[in-house]
Design a binder for this molecule. Structure first.
Ligand code: G4P
Length: 285
């Protein structure tokens, strides 16, 4: 299944990020803990040359905890300051504030030597649509100041948010990149809900997802839907349609409806905590 999605507002957003990069000390790269490689924008390395970097694995509550730990070690081995969080939980955001200061330690020290005191660190939050940028900023700022929405690509325009005397944040719209070199990247992003579902074949997507979940977390599909999880992915989809009462006229299984249920259940963590990418495996297979 081929997935590409790069609407016009993303080109504009990228230009806005390039224009603002000179104002920035630190890039906070928000990744989805379930797919940390696929959710990394390859353009950020170029954009963020010479900037301090912090990697935040968000939606860690939806990913396998042991795999979260493995990803933290992986990114730390590449010398990135890395934390994992559930952005909806305000208690978690203290760890980011600490990590921001740690990632900018050299800069703060340099400023101090030059006699510049108390200049806030300016950070840019970047991430793909739906990764949780607005949720994180709202949690950190302690009030609803960034718009959140459940449609990929809802955050638009530019906003500076002063968190406290030490940190200012620039929110950026969610952007993808013009071409996914590896088709699995597009698939994984579609699975987590960062690609507009309207352009997707949700049945094919659900079949791919069932295959992955069964291979990574045997038994979860069976117990979620109360079905035998052996057989082909198509057979599983039919069984799920049946037990969930997704039937068309003439009692034929409504596989489109069942696919929607499977995608929603996965995205909201109802099937279980599932990491689709594991360090060492690359982007699966
Ligand atoms: P964006 O700005 O990057 O586009 O993302 P946004 O904050 O709008 O978040 C997208 C969805 O992801 C929201 O759900 C939000 O609640 C959810 N979310 C963000 N961070 C986390 C997290 O760490 N864990 C989990 N489980 N969910 C997270 P929604 O259903 O679209 O909206 P809402 O009804 O929850 O507000």
């Amino acid at each position: 299944m081929q997935v590409q999605w790069y609407p016009g507002h993303m080109t504009k957003a990228k230009r806005m990020m390039q224009e603002n990069i000179k104002l920035i000390d630190l890039i906070i790269e928000l990744l989805d803990a379930r797919v940390p490689l696929s959710s990394r924008n390859p353009d950020i390395d170029e954009l963020g040359k010479n900037k301090a970097r912090l990697i935040v694995l968000n939606k860690a509550d939806l990913a396998d905890e042991a795999v979260n730990e493995a990803w933290i070690s992986y990114f730390q081995s590449l010398e990135y300051q890395t934390v994992r969080i559930d952005a909806r939980n305000r208690g978690n955001t203290k760890s980011i504030q600490d990590a921001v200061m740690e990632a900018c330690r050299e800069k703060i020290e340099r400023d101090r030597k030059r006699g510049i005191l108390n200049r806030p660190v300016r950070a840019m939050v970047v991430g793909i649509p739906n990764v949780g940028k607005s949720t994180l900023i709202n949690s950190m700022a302690g009030k609803a100041c960034a718009k959140t929405g459940n449609k990929p690509g809802v955050t638009k325009g530019k906003q500076w948010i002063r968190l406290n005397k030490n940190v200012e944040l620039l929110d950026t719209p969610g952007i993808l990149w013009p071409k996914f070199e590896d088709q699995k990247v597009g698939l994984h992003l579609a699975m987590i809900g960062s690609i507009n579902d309207e352009i997707l074949n949700t049945e094919e997507l659900a079949l791919e997802l069932l295959t992955r979940i069964r291979s990574f977390r045997q038994g979860l599909i069976g117990s979620r839907y109360g079905i035998d999880e052996n057989g082909s992915a198509v057979e599983l989809l039919y069984r799920i349609a049946k037990v969930r009462g997704c039937l068309k006229k003439g009692e034929e299984p409504d596989t489109v409806k069942a696919s929607g249920i499977i995608l929603d259940d996965f995205r909201s963590g109802k099937i279980g905590r599932i990491s689709l990418e594991h360090p060492g495996n690359g982007i699966y297979e």
